[in-house]
Write a new protein. Structure first.
Length: 72
């Protein structure tokens, strides 16, 4: 996937209403940071942006977001 051809996924597709938007943003940011650190350690050059890779990984359900149950 190249950045020029990237289509933005729906937020509903990413979390289907079971996690908050805040949790989704934090999870994607943390995963993007891990991807960046891995690229720097391997000294590899990747054509995709780390945030876009992270979004695709969550969209493809490679990772899930766990939130604690809060009883009101």
């Amino acid at each position: 996937m190249k950045y020029e051809n990237y289509t933005r996924p729906s937020v509903d597709d990413l979390f289907a209403g079971k996690v908050s938007k805040y949790s989704l943003a934090i999870a994607i940011a943390k995963r993007a940071r891990e991807i960046t650190e891995d690229m720097q350690a391997d000294k590899g050059k990747v054509c995709d942006k780390p945030v876009l890779v992270a979004v695709d990984e969550f969209k493809d359900h490679k990772y899930t977001i766990l939130e604690p149950d809060i009883d009101d």
